[in-house]
Design a protein around this ligand. Structure first.
Ligand code: WTA
Length: 658
């Protein structure tokens, strides 16, 4: 464990504002307070009931939880179902084919409206097309797409044929894409010529070409969606246009019924080492919990609500709360392709007004950015349709919470601050909008059917007012089933800190009422704009540059992005390096670009500081805590465990000179 446990919210435990739901909201809510007790009285029975009520099973299950191979738990293992059937066809069969599934808004102003019946046809066609390209049940498909409707169709088409998808965020570089394609041994890639971001077409296919040119992959075909019409290179025999094979394909398609434990997808996320982890999720339990939480936490009424989650499908939030949860529940949702400030800073609010969005789910970093832009911007739009607001990705500062409630939620819409992870698959800790008296900044209570505890170093639960490590002490349906191809790392990363208990990697505290407050990561994972980045991964990228001898990366607190990447590097001396520019700024820009290329633009350090030494313990471990003090302009803390206690003053003197 690193030395990174420090509260990131200063006014913790002093928060006494409380916002109970209105009587009207509570009266119409999907879930009432009794749900906690019902779930606690028979946890497995509760989840079995959700699985039966929310999903269609081709073969009903008789076993709820299989713990015989723990921590590789299985849920509903003898049941069979299909995720795409549950997300789409089922609604058509129930007579809701005319309901709008997707209200798509392109950044360039183009828009599309897709009903469940149309979506069912599109998914069946794409499933047939994938099959004709040789993709079979169990084969992995990498997806590298912008936020276009075809992205949702692509995920569901994979699910329909039982081919696990591995979505790689479009902001990741060719190198990052290559390593993910290799690790999952993907057989096909689905991409686009490009997408629109910040007002211009940004190409995607070149990264796929570059990734595949590196070799070593099992990819046979690249299926390419045309979005921008930009020039693309073409590899005959390998590359296939989506519009040449999908629209022509038959809408007749029998879904492949899979075991509940059949892998649905792999999603790579940053861990504490340089190598991203392929988190994999299976079908029955994942769908059960994403659907349940989507309905309970957002109080979804599929007939009347217009739901909008601003996450990209490249992240878990996009998987669980753009694709699977909402569609399984038959929701109508907005999907937006672009950035919030294109062509103007009111774009999101314009979209809320245009579609009458009732439920909005976004991230604290976005809220803080809007706060910075000023409340006169949202004030220009009619936001009165909004009735539930959600937050995810990092702790939300109480002041940002208050702003969200007042400026966006008209002082009435309940806010649900939802804690969860790629690994948990679905929301775990959150207020319930019709039940919980919400407290700004706290995720508050484990959901019905979920058991979460804050533990001390020895694994004992702490009491009210105390802090420690967040742990999940009972299995849950949408839990990760492993790290793709690395069972040992799975057991070691999550199940060894407190044997038999899932260790989340987050610090947490209880307040005097027993509500949970999240304090940020306790490992070497940073959270930048709600995106997980590994310090080690960025350090490795820096050290892979010939000018760099050593690097240490810390997450420094940042007003807008939560944390920002700050890197300390020692440059190589001697004769090996002949091309090092004199100009320090040129060095820094080159290294930032290098990190962008190795991982992606989101990983580029905000600042890179060139130093002569790094503070290390006698055992050689870099003391990031001290570097964070420097990065955050604080008095440097205790240096007594440093091997050389003079290092910190050298670093500071060196930085002052620059
Ligand atoms: C952090 C995103 C505080 C946490 C769904 C977690 C949060 C990591 C919250 C997972 C929240 C997410 N309050 N912290 N409401 N939601 N986190 O895998 O540190 O991208 O471990 O999943 O984000 O990030 P991931």
């Amino acid at each position: 464990m690193s030395d990174a446990t420090e509260p990131t919210l200063e006014n913790l435990l002093h928060e006494n504002r409380s916002f109970p739901p209105s009587a009207e909201f509570a009266a119409q809510a999907n879930v009432d307070a009794g749900e906690y007790d019902r779930a606690a009285a028979d946890r497995l029975g509760f989840w079995a009931e959700q699985a039966r009520e929310l999903l269609d099973w081709q073969t009903p299950f008789t076993t709820v939880l299989d713990d015989s191979a723990a921590p590789r738990y299985g849920w509903f293992p003898d049941g069979r179902l299909n995720a795409a059937h549950n997300a789409v066809d089922r609604h058509v069969a129930a007579g809701n084919g005319d309901r709008v599934a997707i209200l798509w808004e392109g950044e360039d102003g183009e828009s599309r409206r897709i009903t469940y019946a149309e979506l069912a046809d599109d998914v069946a066609r794409a499933a047939n097309a994938l099959t004709s390209l040789g993709v079979g049940t169990g084969d992995r498909v990498a997806i590298y797409l912008p936020m276009v409707p075809e992205a949702i169709v692509a995920l569901l088409a994979c699910a329909r044929i039982g081919a696990p998808h591995s979505v790689v965020f479009g902001g990741f570089s060719a190198d990052a894409l290559h390593s993910r394609i290799i690790d999952a041994e993907a057989k096909a890639v689905i991409t686009a010529d490009g997408g629109y971001r910040r007002g211009s077409a940004s190409p995607l296919k070149p990264a796929v070409d570059a990734a595949l040119a590196k070799g070593g992959t099992a990819v046979e075909h690249v299926l390419v969606v045309q979005r921008t019409g930009g020039e693309v290179e073409w590899v005959e025999g390998r590359d296939v246009w989506w519009h040449d094979v999908v629209p022509q394909a038959s809408t007749e398609h029998e879904p492949v019924w899979v075991d509940a434990e059949h892998p649905l997808f792999i999603l790579y996320t940053s861990g504490t080492t340089g190598k991203p982890k392929g988190i994999f999720h299976t079908t029955g339990g994942y769908l059960t919990q994403t659907a349940y939480t989507h309905r309970a936490v957002f109080d979804l009424k599929p007939e009347t609500d217009v739901y909008w989650c601003t996450a990209d499908i490249g992240w878990i939030t996009g998987h669980s709360y753009v694709v699977y949860g909402p569609l399984v529940n038959g929701a109508t949702q907005v999907v937006y392709e672009g950035t919030p400030d294109t062509p103007h800073k009111g774009r999101w609010w314009e979209i809320v007004q245009k579609y009458g969005v009732t439920i909005l789910y976004t991230a604290p970093t976005a809220i803080r950015t809007c706060m910075k832009w000023g409340e006169d911007i949202p004030a220009k739009f009619d936001l009165s349709s909004l009735r539930v607001l959600g937050s995810v990705g990092e702790p939300i500062n109480p002041e940002a919470w208050m702003w969200y409630r007042r400026v966006i939620g008209g002082d009435t819409a309940p806010i649900v601050d939802t804690w969860w992870q790629t690994e948990t698959g679905a929301i775990m800790i959150s207020p319930l909008p019709g039940v919980t008296a919400a407290k700004p900044g706290s995720a508050q209570v484990p959901l019905p059917g979920i058991v979460a505890k804050v533990l001390d170093d020895a694994g004992q639960p702490v009491g009210p007012g105390q802090g420690g490590y967040l742990a999940l002490t009972e299995p849950w349906p949408s839990m990760l089933r492993g790290i793709w191809g690395d069972e040992k790392r799975f057991a070691q990363t999550y199940w060894s800190r407190f044997p038999g208990t899932y260790f989340a990697g987050d610090g947490a505290k209880y307040d005097e009422d027993g509500d949970v407050w999240l304090l940020g990561r306790v490992d070497d994972v940073m959270n930048v704009s709600g995106h997980r980045l590994s310090t080690t991964e960025i350090e490795s990228a820096l050290v892979s540059h010939p000018w760099v001898a050593e690097a240490a990366v810390v997450g420094a607190s940042d007003e807008t992005t939560g944390q920002a990447v700050v890197a300390f590097v020692i440059l190589r001396g001697g004769d090996e390096v002949t091309d090092l520019p004199e100009d320090g700024e040129a060095v820094v820009q080159t290294l930032r670009g290098h990190v962008g290329q190795a991982i992606g633009p989101i990983a580029k350090p905000r600042s890179i500081l060139v130093v002569n030494e790094l503070p290390k313990t006698r055992s050689g471990k870099i003391m990031r805590r001290l570097l964070r003090d420097v990065a955050e302009n604080r008095e440097v803390g205790d240096v007594t465990t440093l091997a050389d206690s003079g290092v910190m003053s050298l670093i500071q003197q060196g930085l002052k000179k620059d």
